[in-house]
Design a protein around this ligand. Structure first.
Ligand code: GAP
Length: 426
């Protein structure tokens, strides 16, 4: 089994990610997050919000609607320019992205003598029909969450005390009619983005400094949360790859089992969007009116989740565990009674569980033997397991077992909260 097969199988077996509508055969390009997947994804979003919003005094957040007035997409250029080049196999009429050369080669290897049509562009926006009477009104599921920030630029400036330079952050779902979804959740039709739009005075020097600064901030965020630095790199966009709104751009790429792959984009959007929507900013002190320039950091929540899963997967002498940073691990602590049929042990363990639950996300397990319980927690990346055993009654201590080393130590029950908090803060 290759690494992607192992990850896909673990994701389903342990409740990280399931196929959407699986009981009906699934639905291509759509995925569901299970009980531990939703925790991992939520923790990644929370860490992002902590760094990009709470950690700064120049950033505020919003949560805009998924469906907007269709004029937004006309003005933003997405209806015209948000497209991918497609080629069609003349024999089986399947369509593929013209720029995904590995996928084209695969098809050529599977079907002898493939001939391709000329590349045609294909719009990625997903249409929705609204209303109760015919003809229904056509709008779109947002192709990027970004436009919700731009159309609220004036609202945010007018309703807060923020002034340039400042940023507006948002996390939310986006939808793209991808022709070749694939590599598990990597390319989906529905996915989540975590984005910052940072508005600066329109100057080459200032915007470039901000762009370089955010490149470092975003790269360090992934490294600090534990992604292998050797598997991360910047890849600057060549002019032909650049999106219609970008002056210049770079991707943060991760070396996935399927090759170097985009995880986040850092884009210099210039005044493209605010100008397209006819929006300006007035400096309250100088009264100068101008169109700010925008530096954007745009990360994929699903791609980050997938790459954290892949990167943390460890096989060590038959033991499989996810070496996730405890900050993003679905559960911080698992609590067990040594035996599931001894009422005294169960009562003590439940007291500890209830107490730890006040401060941490904790899980409980009293099924099977202790080895199986450790194995299950290892596979979902729980950093610490607490076992209440027969000595607990005598010494008021429990065994804490570390996921990465397998080492066990005795910790006094009344010190447990501090013990875990110190580890999480380290
Ligand atoms: N607002 C800018 C923007 O949307 P993008 O490079 O098109 O830029 C940003 O997308 C990020 O969104 C990507 O780096 C990726 O992480 C994520 N993303 C884009 N398309 C995706 C898809 N089909 N499936 C999963 N994630 C996707």
């Amino acid at each position: 089994m290759d690494l992607m097969q192992k990850i896909t199988s673990l994701a389903k077996r342990r409740g990280f990610i399931f196929q959407s509508s699986e009981i009906y055969g699934g639905y291509q390009g759509f995925w569901d997050y299970g009980p531990v997947g939703v925790e991992l994804k939520k923790n990644i979003k929370n860490e992002w919000w902590k760094t990009m919003v709470y950690g700064r005094e120049d950033v505020v957040g919003i949560d805009a609607s998924v469906v907007m007035n269709p004029i937004v997409w006309e003005k933003s250029g997405h209806l015209k320019a948000f497209s991918d080049p497609l080629v069609e196999c003349k024999e089986c009429h399947k369509r593929f992205r013209a720029d995904h050369l590995d996928v084209l080669r695969n098809h050529e290897n599977e079907h002898d003598g493939v001939e391709w049509t000329e590349a045609k562009t294909f719009n990625l926006m997903t249409e929705v029909l609204l209303g109760t009477t015919e003809p229904k009104e056509k709008s779109y599921l947002r192709g990027e969450i970004t436009q919700g920030v731009f159309v609220n630029f004036k609202n945010v400036v007018d309703s807060t005390r923020i002034k340039i330079p400042f940023g507006i952050a948002q996390i939310g779902k986006a939808f793209r009619n991808e022709v070749t979804p694939g590599n598990f959740t990597f390319r989906s039709k529905e996915f989540e983005q975590m984005e910052l739009e940072y508005f600066v005075y329109p100057s080459e020097k200032e915007s470039e400094k901000t762009y370089e600064g955010f490149k470092e901030i975003r790269m360090n965020w992934y490294k600090d949360l534990g992604l292998d630095a050797k598997k991360l790199r910047f890849a600057d966009h060549t002019p032909d790859k650049r999106a219609h709104y970008a002056k210049y751009a770079t991707d943060i790429e991760y070396q996935a089992p399927f090759g170097w792959s985009e995880m986040e984009g850092v884009h210099h959007r210039g005044d493209y969007d605010l100008s397209s929507h006819g929006l300006k900013y007035r400096d309250g002190t100088t009264n100068e009116e101008y169109v700010p320039w925008v530096i954007e950091t745009s990360g994929g929540v699903d791609r980050a989740t997938l790459f954290f899963l892949i990167d943390s997967y460890i096989e060590d002498e038959g033991r499989v565990y996810l070496k996730l940073n405890p900050k993003i691990a679905p559960y911080k602590v698992a609590v067990f009674p040594l035996l599931g049929n001894k009422p005294d042990l169960i009562k003590k363990a439940r007291d500890i569980y209830e107490n730890l639950k006040k401060n941490f996300v904790v899980t409980w397990d009293d099924r099977g033997n202790i080895g199986k319980r450790y194995a299950a927690q290892d596979e979902i990346g729980t950093p610490w397991c607490v076992t209440v055993d027969f000595d607990t009654e005598k010494d008021n201590s429990v065994t804490v077992r570390d996921r990465n080393t397998g080492k066990q130590e005795r910790i006094a029950i009344d010190k447990l909260s501090d013990y875990f908090q110190n580890k999480l803060d380290a």
